[in-house]
Design a protein around this ligand. Structure first.
Ligand code: ASP
Length: 351
């Protein structure tokens, strides 16, 4: 073989080796999503409502799977899925969020990158179309981790994120649900928000009490082996005094570290903050060697229940372990691992 031939075949070998390495993903992607936990029971759910939730979960999960399958990052998948949920009035995030006692939609969101422990969170935003994108901008474009209220919206506008009139988040179903709760609690009913459409009769699309939850969250593992977590919510219905729940609190409702796991939680946020639920699950994995499912169950069924708290969580580990756990009658949820089937579940008697 002449020198040029040898050189050429060497180059070709190197090229095909590089191509093979590039083609062979080091990790299989996986994703788990939730649309909130709560009193979600078969008996009180109409077939149409159930079908609507399953369709929404399917659409959102498929969008996330597509991002990951095309080699996108876990952060990209999380943002893509949560944006869909934030635009879907079925869920308590973005448009369709619950109202405060003053008749406002105050939105919270957080995102965390398990590869470098970077995180971004926002609380009480009222004008940013996609709070999850704002959380990501806080992480990537500011030196901070958490921004709140009008300042957070100002930062969003400066970062070029779409701003909307607060009435964009209004939905009749959530409004009537608030009015019902305030009447029951003997609290004053605020004026209908400026810019809200004229009242229309609504069919009760969710069973009573279920409206309390509906927060959305995603955890994902990408082909590079990085995990991340994101959560978005309107918080709890009728919240007052600038109340902030666990969702945007890093370590409580949202957490991710490649050393252990990524978690997004949903439930009565006060308990999740006190137990630092998301970090606790990851600590049990990291320091006690529990499997992801064991750690999730221990926190939900032992620690949370000991405080009489309610809710659930989804989790993922860099080695591909997936888990969910909740102590409510239902949690809207779905999961898929590369090469496997998409599983969508609602009630606690489903896998
Ligand atoms: N955890 C949320 C909060 O307390 C509510 C929810 O999950 O629906 O703000």
């Amino acid at each position: 073989m002449g020198t040029i031939c040898k050189l050429l075949s060497g180059v070709m070998m190197a090229t095909s080796l590089a191509a093979a390495t590039a083609q062979q993903p080091a990790h299989h992607w996986a994703i788990v999503i939730h649309g909130g936990a709560g009193v979600i029971e078969r008996a009180s759910m109409s077939p149409e409502t159930e079908a609507a939730y399953r369709a929404s979960l399917n659409e959102a999960a498929q969008a996330g799977a597509k991002v990951l399958d095309q080699g996108g990052t876990s952060l990209d998948a999380i943002e893509a899925v949560i944006k869909i949920f934030e635009d879907d009035p079925l869920f308590n995030a973005g448009r369709g969020a619950v109202f405060t006692a003053e008749g406002k939609n105050e939105l919270d969101a957080a995102i965390m990158d398990g590869s470098n422990l970077k995180a971004g969170a926002v609380a009480g935003v009222t004008r940013t179309h996609h709070p999850i994108s704002l959380a990501r901008a806080v992480m990537e474009k500011s030196p901070h981790v958490m921004l709140i209220g009008a300042g957070a919206d100002t930062f969003a506008a400066q970062a070029g994120l779409e701003q909307v009139d607060p009435s964009y988040f209004f939905t009749e179903r959530r409004w009537q649900s608030l009015v019902k709760q305030l009447k029951k609690d003997g609290l004053p009913i605020p004026a209908r928000p400026a810019g809200a459409p004229a009242p229309v009769p609504v069919a009760e699309i969710e069973p009573p009490n279920a409206h309390k939850f509906g927060t959305v969250g995603v955890v994902a593992l990408d082909r590079a082996g990085n995990i991340a977590a994101g959560t978005s919510t309107g918080g709890t219905q009728g919240k007052r005094w600038g109340r902030v729940g666990d969702s945007p609190i890093i370590g409580a409702g949202t957490y991710a570290s490649n050393q252990s796991c990524a978690v997004s939680a949903t439930g009565t946020g006060e308990y999740f903050i006190r137990l630092t639920v998301a970090r606790e699950v990851c600590a049990l994995v990291e320091y006690k060697g529990l499997t992801l499912q064991q750690a999730a169950d221990q926190v939900i069924h032992k620690q949370l229940e000991a405080l009489h708290g309610d809710g659930g969580l989804i989790a993922i580990a860099p080695d591909g372990q997936l888990a969910w756990s909740f102590n409510t009658p239902g949690m809207y949820r779905a999961r898929q691992a590369e090469g496997g089937k998409l599983q969508i579940s609602i009630y606690n008697d489903e896998p």
